[in-house]
Design a protein around this ligand. Structure first.
Ligand code: SAM
Length: 286
């Protein structure tokens, strides 16, 4: 549908389907016509690429993705949007919708079945109430995805794109940096959405690395340690990590000495490499 990004057209379509927005499902639809083409251009899709989209809404971004990608598969939780998508994307034969909760879907299977022989990227305007769980699932499941280009709230963008070892960093920053390189692409004002949220947004891209960017001996232990360290970020790592991992202070002190790290440091002061070294020396003494 050519005029799909026109606000009058969007209102007409929603009205004709009697659609009402669900806050619980994070439904803020894009109504700024310049945003979707830009996102689609920057997500790395071309005629050989499969795009996995999460939350197509009425298909404004999907429409742009279908124009440039080989195939687009969108996962949408809200069943009420299926007839809307059928109407708005009728002309695109390279589009498929899966009506499911993305957090409960076996995405490895979806990618293998839908995108055989294609490079795969993710492009989505994410439902904000589950931004981090979705990003963590996409990264932790080690899916064969080249990049994730996602719209998130500005505060989430700042945290996801922060440097590990800076005040803005958190456990999710460490995870994102472990699996990928994050970059902020552009900002999007709150007025670009209907209904308008209370905060501005940003589009970020996570370029997924072929292998994790540091080597750790036990990945599970690494993420458990990182979560403990940032759960009580104002405390010293000696206090937060020993309680999170049920380690004695003595053992932790030895691990820190072996890694050349001060046990009185705060989590947000440690680089990705230092966190990796600390985890490996905890693993060695355990
Ligand atoms: N892509 C559209 C746009 O840009 O206008 C809509 C984006 S809106 C921020 C988020 C979309 O995600 C909505 O369509 C919502 O119904 C859908 N959604 C919410 N929770 C979901 C979930 N758990 N799994 C799949 N889709 C979900």
């Amino acid at each position: 549908m050519e005029r799909l990004s026109d606000i009058g057209e969007i209102k007409r379509i929603l009205g004709s389907h009697g659609f009402t927005f669900s806050k619980a499902m994070g439904q803020n639809f894009l109504v700024n016509p310049s945003v979707c083409p830009r996102m689609a251009q920057l997500c790395g899709a071309d005629e050989n690429t499969g795009v996995l989209e999460i939350g197509p809404g009425i298909g404004v971004l999907t429409n742009e993705l279908c124009k440039i990608a080989k195939k687009v598969v969108s996962v949408e939780l809200d069943t009420r949007l299926l007839p809307v998508l059928e109407e708005t994307l009728a002309e695109h034969k390279n589009f498929k919708v899966i009506n499911h909760d993305v957090l409960k879907l076996d995405l490895k299977k979806v990618i293998a079945e839908e995108f055989s022989g294609m490079d795969v990227v993710v492009c989505a305007n994410l439902p904000y109430y589950i931004t981090s769980p979705i990003i963590m699932k996409l990264l932790e499941d080690k899916l064969p995805i080249k990049a994730l280009t996602v719209m998130v709230q500005k505060e989430a963008a700042d945290r996801l794109c922060a440097q590990v070892g800076s005040r803005e960093s958190g456990a999710v920053t460490v995870a994102v940096n472990y699996y990928s390189e994050a970059e902020k692409l552009f900002s999007v004002s709150r007025g670009s959405f209907m209904p308008a949220p209370n905060v501005d947004s940003a589009v970020i891209r996570l370029n997924v690395s072929d292998k994790p960017r540091i080597e750790v001996k036990d990945e599970k232990l690494f993420f458990k340690m990182v979560k403990s360290a940032f759960a009580q970020r104002r405390k010293t790592i000696s206090n937060s990590i020993t309680s999170g991992l049920s380690l004695s202070k003595e053992a932790f002190k030895t691990a820190c000495e072996n890694a050349g790290i001060s046990p009185t440091a705060r989590a947000e002061a440690l680089t990705l490499e230092e966190l990796g070294m600390l985890c490996n020396s905890i693993y060695d003494i355990k």
